[in-house]
Design a protein around this ligand. Structure first.
Ligand SMILES: Cc1cc2nc3c(=O)[nH]c(=O)nc-3n(C[C@H](O)[C@H](O)[C@H](O)COP(=O)(O)OP(=O)(O)OC[C@H]3O[C@@H](n4cnc5c(N)ncnc54)[C@H](O)[C@@H]3O)c2cc1C
Length: 305
């Protein structure tokens, strides 16, 4: 199998998520080439062919033009699969490429089993394996689902390419998070509330524990969707990616989209009534308890130290 990996470049450098694309290729045992709209001073550690379209000419974020770049490389490489990250860049680009190539598009691949793509369904409660019906597939891979292989030292064979830069997009720039927004990535300790807190009033228990520990509080997506906690505190693929020294997950089941945002934490404590919740597999310590009883007692003990 032959893959074309689409790397991303932002604000002057290649994003290290290209490593996850390589991890995906490695798991499929596939041959791969890569394409990047970027610059020669920020290249991937990749032992293969890299098609490089100059960012100064093709723009940093322009789906119309970048689509043409990828299509140009597809015509040269004739891959079986075009692979992008499941990121805002990938969401924007993948369907355009798939439509143009009349290829199947498979979104948010989380695993490979027996050479087949595994994707989440039913809000990630279930998974299914897919065999695309077309000869060419365009796939996006879930953040954190495929570990990057050892990359140091490898250098790509670079081939410069150029396509027409006509497009209907004008890229205006990136917007910084609003002032006063919380940067959870800087917190050493995060206590996070999941749907297991039950109702908005109970989020206070999690906030109290975070304060007692001198940390920040965060939440899983359902808690944010219910407007119990602001979106800026959401952890996961559609929230922030954090790696604190201590992450305490209170009433969080451990769906892949949540794990992707916190599994690089140094030490994970999960408080859950269900000993079989998926988070138990990631947790360094699992407390099987009702958080509504356990968390206030823990907070009180810490406050009394
Ligand atoms: C495209 C997409 C993007 C997504 N992005 C994100 C994201 O960025 N972040 C994110 O978090 N999710 C995200 N999700 C949602 C994700 O799939 C899960 O649905 C979500 O993470 C589940 O949240 P939860 O663990 O809080 O709730 P649940 O899965 O409902 O788990 C609740 C847990 O609480 C436990 N519990 C219940 N009562 C108690 C109690 N009294 N004491 C202790 N434990 C208790 C239960 O045993 C259970 O394990 C995304 C989904 C999709 C499809």
């Amino acid at each position: 199998m032959k893959l074309l990996l689409v790397a991303e470049y932002r604000e002057g450098k290649i994003l290290d998520t290209y490593g996850e694309l390589l991890g995906f290729a490695q798991k499929l045992n596939a041959e791969s080439s890569m394409v990047l709209v970027g610059a020669a001073d920020s290249l991937p550690s990749f032992d293969g062919k890299l098609y490089l379209a100059d960012v100064a000419t093709h723009g940093e974020s322009n789906a119309d033009v970048h689509k043409q770049v990828v299509l140009d490389v597809v015509s040269r490489e004739n891959p079986d699969m075009v692979v992008l990250c499941h990121s805002s860049y990938g969401w924007d680009l993948a369907p355009r490429i798939a439509y143009q190539l009349k290829a199947a598009q498979v979104s948010e691949v989380v695993d490979i089993q027996d050479g087949k793509l595994v994707v989440p369904v039913c809000n990630a409660k279930l998974r299914r394996t897919l065999v695309p019906g077309s000869a060419l597939t365009v796939a996006t891979i879930q953040s954190g689902a495929f570990a990057a292989p050892e990359l140091a030292g490898a250098a790509p064979r670079v081939e410069s390419i150029e396509v027409s830069t006509d497009g209907s997009y004008t890229f205006l720039g990136y917007e910084e998070a609003t002032e006063g927004g919380v940067d959870l990535t800087k917190a050493d300790i995060i206590v996070s509330a999941g749907r297991g807190v039950g109702k908005a009033d109970n989020v206070g228990l999690v906030i109290d524990l975070a304060k007692a520990l001198g940390g920040e509080y965060a939440a899983s997506r359902p808690v944010v969707d219910s407007e119990w906690v602001a979106h800026e505190r959401q952890v996961g693929t559609t929230g922030q990616t954090v790696a604190p020294k201590l992450y305490i997950a209170c009433g969080i089941s451990g769906a892949i989209q949540h794990l992707a945002g916190m599994k690089k934490s140094d030490f994970i404590v999960a408080i859950n009534t269900d000993r079989d919740a998926p988070i138990a597999e990631e947790a360094d310590a699992l407390v099987i308890a009702d958080l509504l009883q356990f968390v206030p007692i823990l907070t009180e003990k810490i406050q009394s130290l």
